[in-house]
Design a protein around this ligand. Sequence first.
Ligand code: SF4
Length: 345
Amino acid sequence: MDLKNKTLAELKAIVASLGSKEYIAKYIFSFLHQHNINDISLMTTLSKELRQKLTDDGFFISQLKITEKLSDPDGTVKYLFETYDGQNIESVLLDENGRKTICLSTQIGCRLGCRFCATGYLKFARNLTAGEIADQAIKISASIGCKINNIVFMGMGEPLDNYENTIKTVRILADPAGKNIGIRKQTISTVGLPDGIKKLADEEIYPRLAVSLHAPDDDLRKQIVPAAAKYPIGRLLNAMKLYQKKTDRRITIEYCMMEDINDNPDLALRLVQVLRGLYVSVNLIEYNPHPGCNFKPSPQDRIKTFKDILMQAGIETIIRYRRGRSIKAACGQLGADRIPNKSNS
Ligand code: SF4
């Protein structure tokens, strides 16, 4: 019954069932997503009668509370939110030459336990609703007072492990009556759940896809991403090929570089083999340390060598420099302040 958790089409059905014209739903959607209004009684464009009916029928508007806002000198801002049930999530605002990108969380904690990622050390609590995922963008956008250009589902949690709510959020955020962030400006970043990628290929909307590979073979990948034991790389590549066939879009490969773990030049050569037949670009991300995890970032010269090998093979490769590390907002650091005292060594 949370109005923020509804697509525009669902809101239209609700207002029609209450005896109002469907176009009224657009006002409600715009109050929620463009104007950050969180109280039905404040939606004064609606008739008093409709507002009363919505309230009497149990409709309400959920709302995240910003509990902290941390800024890094590089311009990255981390937002800490509290949910209605007292749980905490984090989202990140990145500013690249004025273009604003928000990294959204989709779950409270994560079930997948990737060993380089602080969120993986947190206990999984629950999935976020589409309303809660969208609200991160609404609140951040209201806090900075300007348009958001891009969305990446790359915060806490695995988006394809909360499939329905994630894809619903893509639809909600893309709607021109709301945030109007186009499907092509939204990226789902997954650790590589083949069934989820195949399901995505069956949708009628195609957000961008980023896949965190981190290793070119199953043995090494399993040490970094435990889920790889269940989802071998062959299945993952087939799912990626299917998505690419449907969308005709380039897929981004994320590769977190950890010293003496996955940064050997031989692995770059194997990665070239593995990616053959796919149209991809590779992001090499220097590992970002956090308490409880003993991996070390790869030295810059090794990252550079890795990049050169991929580039020589014709694969566009970018080194992603750390952003927001001082506030633990960089890749793999979300939730780092709340992990139990535990080490991967
Ligand atoms: Fe979960 Fe993503 Fe972290 Fe892996 S990298 S533990 S999938 S949040």
